[in-house]
Design a protein around this ligand. Structure first.
Ligand code: BGP
Length: 462
């Protein structure tokens, strides 16, 4: 077979998950509550089909089987997250030994199967008690996170080399403090800015702690969802809308994570509108020293914008959306189940931007994927024929390959996700996995894409 797209030696083939979305066992093993357990108890109707996080894909009990499945399809790497509320119920204080045993078992099992674990410390799942203290609005919670991070480095750093402080830290800001899709469902940009700022401080403190641990071969980074902003046209008003959108939704985390400082224009906008967060002396130096060694890039969709059609409501709350309108480009290709545009070249544009403006930091695609509703209708002879997912992955990989050929420092590709999992408010609506999961029996079945990726990983290309 001819390989048209050959990837560099030791390319990372794998997939990504998060604790709350796959573990289940929320009432087992001494786990404390996090905001998802709590929100679901309070308002189950806000979750698709009223399905909550209690059992999800049951990785807690089935991790051995799942790791075998990963091995079968050629994974050499796998991203998981640690559940803070499982490791340290309540968020601070005593470590839960049952959780230590569980994560040790998972890590050891991965390594025994030649799959390198990439471990993320925070994937949207704040321990409930700390949220009640103010969550990321509180600097005390930042200290609790730093202690938790140190504990994790100490417990697992003898075997785990790749660490990530946060997954998509902007999402809890957007969901929890601007657009009402995460607990605590606040709409307040000033508080959102504080949450965003403290998350970056927490990141920098964890990086500082990591560097004192001297983990042999260790690297610490952050995973960001980068959504390139494409203007409707070259009209200066559209260009300005796109630049400001980029400041709010990409550079707010990308600049401090990779360059160690916030963009001056973003600070100016927030100052002008009275939305600046409270900072402390010494923070600037902390952020400067806290730059990531490695960047995970989650890419699902582009953002297309245009200048605002109407003046924003002067009585409404301040919003980033005061500066742009979303633009529906005629002819755009859609994943209609998730409502997200598919634009494969976006992956290339992100990589070129990292190369040109962010020192070509070592990076990888840490999430990319296609969520599809009612996948059962594509089943033939017991296997879901997800040709649309194969095409989605293949077309993104082609652009990633081109970026690498042009000198971008991308080291791997992880699909979201290994098996179907619980996706926040959408619960089990859209399915993302290489393996389907029957939510009643928890049975896993490979989809067509699982066989396809096995070949791709084995050939290191296609
Ligand atoms: C990313 C998250 C994942 C995952 C994925 C799919 O934003 O890091 O946790 O859920 O998106 O999105 P969704 O679950 O909203 O369909």
């Amino acid at each position: 077979m001819t390989i048209h797209y050959k990837f560099p030696k030791d390319f990372w083939w794998g997939s990504a998950t998060s604790a709350t979305q796959i573990e289940g066992a929320t009432d087992e093993g001494g786990k404390g509550k996090n905001i998802w357990d709590h929100w679901y108890e309070k308002e189950p109707n806000r979750f698709f089909d009223n399905v909550g996080p209690e059992s999800t894909s049951d990785f807690y009990h089935r991790y051995k089987e799942d790791i075998q499945l990963m091995k079968e399809i050629g994974h050499n790497t796998f991203r998981m997250s640690i559940s803070w509320s499982r490791l340290i119920p309540g968020g601070r204080g005593e470590v839960n030994q049952e959780a230590v045993t569980f994560y040790n078992n998972v890590i050891d099992e991965l390594i025994a199967n030649d799959i390198e674990p990439f471990v993320n410390l925070f994937h949207f799942d704040m321990p409930l008690e700390l949220q009640e203290e103010g969550g990321w609005e509180s600097r005390e919670v930042v200290s609790a996170y730093t202690a938790y991070a140190k504990e994790a480095f100490h417990l697992f750093g003898d075997r785990v080399q790749k660490w990530f402080t946060f997954n998509e830290p902007i999402v809890p800001v957007e969901g929890g403090y601007l657009y009402d899709f995460h607990y605590p469902n606040v709409v307040d940009a000033r508080r959102a800015a504080q949450v965003a700022y403290h998350t970056m401080i927490a990141h920098a403190k964890a990086v500082e702690a990591f560097r004192t641990c001297n983990i042999a071969g260790g690297q610490i980074g952050i995973i960001l969802n980068l959504t390139p902003s494409y203007p409707r046209s070259n009209n200066p008003a559209d260009l300005k809308a796109s630049r400001i959108t980029d400041l709010f939704f990409n550079r707010s985390f990308l600049d401090p994570s990779v360059l160690g400082e916030y963009p001056a224009e973003l600070i100016d906008i927030l100052r002008e509108h009275g939305q600046l967060p409270v900072t402390e002396k010494g923070d600037k130096a902390l952020l400067k020293a806290g730059v990531a060694d490695i960047l995970g890039v989650n890419y699902y969709q582009p953002r297309r914008v245009k200048a605002k059609e109407h003046l924003p409501n002067p009585y409404g709350p301040f919003m980033p959306d005061w500066f742009f309108d979303n633009y529906e480009m005629p002819g755009r290709k859609m994943n209609k189940y998730r409502g997200w545009e598919i634009y494969e070249k976006g992956i290339y544009d992100i990589m070129i931007n990292l190369k040109e403006n962010y020192g070509n930091i070592e990076s990888f695609i840490s999430e990319n994927g296609m969520g599809v509703q009612d996948e059962g209708r594509f089943e033939q002879d017991g296997e879901i024929q997800d040709d649309y997912r194969i095409e989605f992955i293949r077309e993104h990989l082609k652009w990633l390959h081109k970026a690498i050929e042009e000198g971008c420092n991308a080291k791997g590709y992880h699909l979201w996700s290994t098996m179907d999992n619980w996706s926040w408010m959408n619960a089990y609506k859209n399915r993302y996995g290489f393996f389907s999961v029957d939510i009643e029996t928890k049975q896993r079945t490979p989809k067509k894409s699982a066989h396809w990726i096995k070949e791709v990983s084995e050939n290191n290309g296609f």
